[in-house]
Ligand binder design. Structure first.
Ligand SMILES: C[S@@+](CC[C@H](N)C(=O)[O-])C[C@H]1O[C@@H](n2cnc3c(N)ncnc32)[C@H](O)[C@@H]1O
Ligand SMILES: Nc1nc2[nH]cc(C(=O)O)c2c(=O)[nH]1
Ligand code: SF4
Ligand SMILES: [Mg+2]
Length: 208
């Protein structure tokens, strides 16, 4: 559910949680980063691993300035803004403030909402349930396709074709199907080496 009480200038955002950890997925796997998880998503992935994020109204509206102050306390000087679906909100204020504080801005998004914010890296993970917008496909540094069943390889190719040349392409097993899908992903990447495997390494490492 999307809250209608969030001001449109992005100075206040529904914050579900923030934590300092290691990026577990995709291109920046293995790097320390401060995660900022915004509440609110209506994309409705049945396998979403953070359904508690969906209702924006249960997550306290928090000053973007406060979030920036928190992020600045950590040595990595990189944030990952995730959710929920972060692009539901205007992220210009938050990301400009992070940049002013010398912090790099990375985002995890489904791309289903208009692009806002100043980004050093965008991970686009498109969803069947609400398609990504062309402007987000254009701006993304990586495409991360979640593989829940065999048909997701062909579906993922339709997005790979839309990515600008030279962008990173990842196949990531849906967590509950990882046992069955990971061997198929391995075979697929061997046959189609423009793709790489992304694993949710934080779940194997038992870290947030
Ligand atoms: C929880 S989402 C939040 C950001 C945004 N809503 C999105 O979907 O990109 C963060 C990342 O986790 C991935 N993800 C969510 N549930 C997953 C699952 N059960 N298995 C594997 N990846 C998952 C998403 O595709 C996305 O790349
Ligand atoms: N360690 C760690 N890496 C992540 N990469 C993307 C995540 C997300 O939920 O957006 C995530 C997460 O929740 N934890
Ligand atoms: S778009 Fe992201 S947060 Fe929303 S339901 Fe799908 S995986 Fe979960
Ligand atoms: Mg996660």
């Amino acid at each position: 559910m999307i809250s209608n009480e969030v001001p449109t200038d992005g100075s206040l955002l529904p914050l579900m949680e923030e934590f300092y950890t290691i990026q577990g997925e995709g291109y920046h796997t293995g790097k320390a980063a401060y995660f900022i998880r915004l509440g609110g998503c209506d994309v409705g992935c049945h396998w979403c691993d953070v359904k508690e994020s969906w209702d924006a109204n249960v997550h306290p509206l928090t000053k973007a300035d406060t979030i920036i102050d928190h992020a600045a306390q950590y040595p990595a000087k990189t944030v990952v803004i995730t959710g929920g679906e972060p692009l539901i909100y205007n992220l210009d204020y938050l990301t400009k403030g992070l940049h002013k504080a010398g912090i790099k801005t990375f985002m995890e998004t489904s791309g289903a909402y208009p692009l806002s914010g100043e980004w050093d890296w965008i991970c686009l993970s498109p969803k069947k349930f609400k398609a990504p917008l062309p402007e987000v496909i254009e701006a993304a540094g990586e495409l991360k396709v979640i593989v829940f069943n065999k048909s997701d390889f062909a579906w993922g190719e339709t997005y790979a074709k839309q990515m600008p040349a030279g962008k990173k392409l990842y196949l990531q097993p849906e967590w509950s199907k990882a046992q069955q899908m990971t061997p198929l992903i391995i075979d697929y990447v061997k046959a189609h080496p423009q793709w790489e495997i992304s694993l949710q390494t934080h779940k194997y490492l038992n870290i947030p």
